[in-house]
Write a protein that binds this ligand. Structure first.
Ligand code: NDP
Length: 320
């Protein structure tokens, strides 16, 4: 029986994992922790967490996470905090004899100047986009650490590389949020403020040109894949967990999906004075498909609808 410690267990992905585990008949024990149980930038707190829990396996999700604008303004903090968290978690997992650790990278850490589609062999092939270099280099070093722990101690520490994630329990704080939760939060406010103005006259602003392309994975799909990785993937090399390339959408199309889910009757316009970030980061899921050919991803519009409904149902307790 496994005893699985999930760091970052209170976040978007941690909550999705909890939902899937609660629905399954797994005999394994899962422990979900957030920063109030242990600040993982602090090695003493991390060590006492491992001493308390005594995990056999770790799904390491905890990180300083944020959207484009939060990254652009805080590269130093993203670099330092994530380096500290990752170093403390991996070293304690080693010292406490954990059998396996899965850590989370991201498709947004890949080189800015690259050929497409991006695959797992290209993580270190050149500098990341300047908007998020702090987060990117800290995340890339997890892959280096995994190799070094394997070389020195034979550890099975591996990593997954999800594309953009969205779903219930996202972070909707305007200064921090990723694009989909940011749009959900802003569109809800637009609809519910100034109710004397007819909705058909309201205008929703999409930040940037609306043309950048992104792959989005629904958090509950990612959770199912993480459980599969835990049980079946025994390589230290990273594995991209992304929807298929043909399911890439523009930011404007993502905004239209949010508008459709809200049944928003107003107009959408693009504010090109706002940054676009990297134009695209198309990732290949060919390696995943070779291992798990039949995995069914949730339709994008359906996932957005479920996320919007979750947000509306939980409006009093969402992170915003
Ligand atoms: P969230 O922002 O929703 O959650 C972050 C989690 O990390 C929370 O549980 C938070 O705890 C915890 N955390 C942050 N700082 C600390 C700390 N100092 N000590 C302990 N715990 C801490 O993130 P996501 O669920 O979106 O992300 C999960 C993983 O997926 C991350 O590694 C992220 O880099 C990666 N990822 C995310 C993507 C996305 O689009 N969201 C895309 C690709 C990868 P608390 O809330 O209790 O403070």
């Amino acid at each position: 029986m496994k005893k699985v410690l999930v760091t970052g267990g209170t976040g978007l992905v941690g909550n999705a994992l909890k939902t899937i585990i609660d629905q399954s008949a797994s005999g394994d024990e899962w422990i979900f922790v957030g920063s109030s149980q242990a600040d993982l930038t602090d090695n003493n707190a991390t060590r006492s967490l491992f001493e308390r829990v005594k995990p056999t396996h770790v799904v390491h999700l905890a990180a300083m996470v944020g959207g484009l604008f939060h990254n652009m303004n805080n590269n130093l903090d993203f670099l330092r905090r994530n380096l500290q968290i990752n170093d403390n978690v991996l070293q304690n997992a080693y010292e406490h004899g954990c059998v396996k650790v899965i850590s989370c990278l991201s498709t947004c850490i890949f080189p800015d100047k690259t050929s497409y589609p991006i695959d797992e062999t290209m993580v270190h092939n050149g500098p990341p986009h300047p908007s998020n270099y702090g987060y990117s280099y800290a995340k890339r070093l997890i892959d280096i650490q995994n190799h070094a722990y394997h070389d020195k101690h034979g550890c099975m520490f591996t990593s997954i590389i999800p594309c953009n994630i969205f779903g219930p329990h996202d972070n909707y704080k305007p200064e921090v949020s990723h694009v989909i939760p940011g749009m959900i939060n802003r569109m809800y406010s637009l609809i519910h403020e100034n109710t004397d103005v007819p909705e058909s006259e309201k205008v929703f602003t999409v930040y940037g040109s609306g043309t950048p392309l992104r792959q989005f994975i629904y958090s509950l799909d990612l959770a199912r894949l993480i459980i599969w990785v835990l049980d079946n993937y025994d390589s230290i090399e990273p594995l991209i967990l992304s929807v298929d390339e043909e399911n890439e959408v523009t930011i404007y199309e993502a905004a239209m999906a949010v508008a459709k889910a809200f049944d928003f009757k107003g107009k959408l316009i693009c504010d090109t004075s706002k940054a676009d970030g990297q134009h695209k980061k198309t990732a290949s899921n060919r390696k995943l498909r070779s291992l798990l050919p039949d995995f069914q991803f949730t339709d994008f519009e359906k996932g957005v609808k479920a996320s919007v409904y979750w947000y509306i149902d939980n409006i009093d307790k969402v992170r915003k």
